[in-house]
Design a protein around this ligand. Sequence first.
Ligand SMILES: Cc1ncc(COP(=O)(O)O)c(C=O)c1O
Length: 393
Amino acid sequence: MSNKLKIPFAKVPVNGNEFKYIKEVLDSGWLTTAGKAVEFERKFAEQVNAKHACVVNSCTAALHLGLDALGVQSGDQVFVQSMTFTASAEIIRYLNADPVFLDVEYGTNLITPEILQEAIRKHPNVKYLVLVHFGGQAAAMTIPGQEGILDICKKNDIKILEDAAHAFPTRLNGKMIGGFGDITCFSFYANKTITTGEGGMLTTDNDELHARVKTMRLHGINRDIWDRFTSTKPSWEYDVVEAGYKYNMPDINAAIGLAQLEKAEEYRKERQTVAEFYYKNLSGIDLIDLPVCHVPFEDHSWHLFPIVIKENSPIGRNEFIEKMAESGIGTSVHYKPLHRMTYYKQKYDLNPEDYPNTEKTWKGNVSLPIFPYMSEEETAYVCESVKRILGYS
Ligand SMILES: Cc1ncc(COP(=O)(O)O)c(C=O)c1O
């Protein structure tokens, strides 16, 4: 293809009822948390088949509230993979607990039952796990006829906080992520599979955990903002039962979320089409590894399509990214692992040799553009550019 296209790394469409629902909020005269947030929670809980959903202003906030509700205390240790965004681990430090970083499976960037078993053997005192559904593919929480991560955690009295920032809508063995473990946290950040600009959601089936999260979400006050302004009881009549946080989501953002939620499966299918095109057109290139998908394509949210430029490639990852940019194609890196980040490296004296799969990935990882309504012409141009840059055409 001779023409040079401009293709961003990510693009979230706004083509549903966003403006209609935002107008309803503006017309209501009440611009922070109210009916739209409650409706968003109800509809999200329905979609993932969870008993409760709690909407907040980021996934980081959801993860923080979740870990607090699970009972993590100062000095506790929490398993988390090194190949993730810092939010997955920083929330452990918010509670003055310590992350125990784990390697992941090469190709999926997921913690597997085997990796977890080995970690438990080495660190038998760790009682919490932050489980990342990397890129939108679910970790093997359940495996028909075999021991999955949920079974292992139950056996070893380990509580799971699922980091599903990438994983909506994602399924595993016929069930939506969000309806499995103790607590699941989703992100609606600007480049995520559905967005509210900034935002997050926490889901749980557990009434007690839900009550704690709701209280801590809003200053440790024992009444909802919305309830304070709708019930007949005076709004000033509330108690503070904890030093909580200010993590509620305003209705303007929730209005966007409601509209995006209506399109979530359509957007997922669109991204799946792009992923399928990549698999078909890039699978013969022996200088790259494509992401490994263990689940049916329909069960993956396809938030990311991370490839790895192999060590024997004459073009390294950084040069590849530069050349893709020169061709008008946006890419990203997911991620520089946390064991290489100054804060974690220095605080915990971390050694790259302890994370061989993560290191192998990190040396060559690049995420290709993937977003709804990415045209076949655009996807084909990305594939041609990858091949040209690596010397295949
Ligand atoms: C794996 C993971 N966890 C957590 C987060 C935090 O999400 P948020 O920006 O909504 O706080 C992100 C954000 O990119 C992420 O990628």
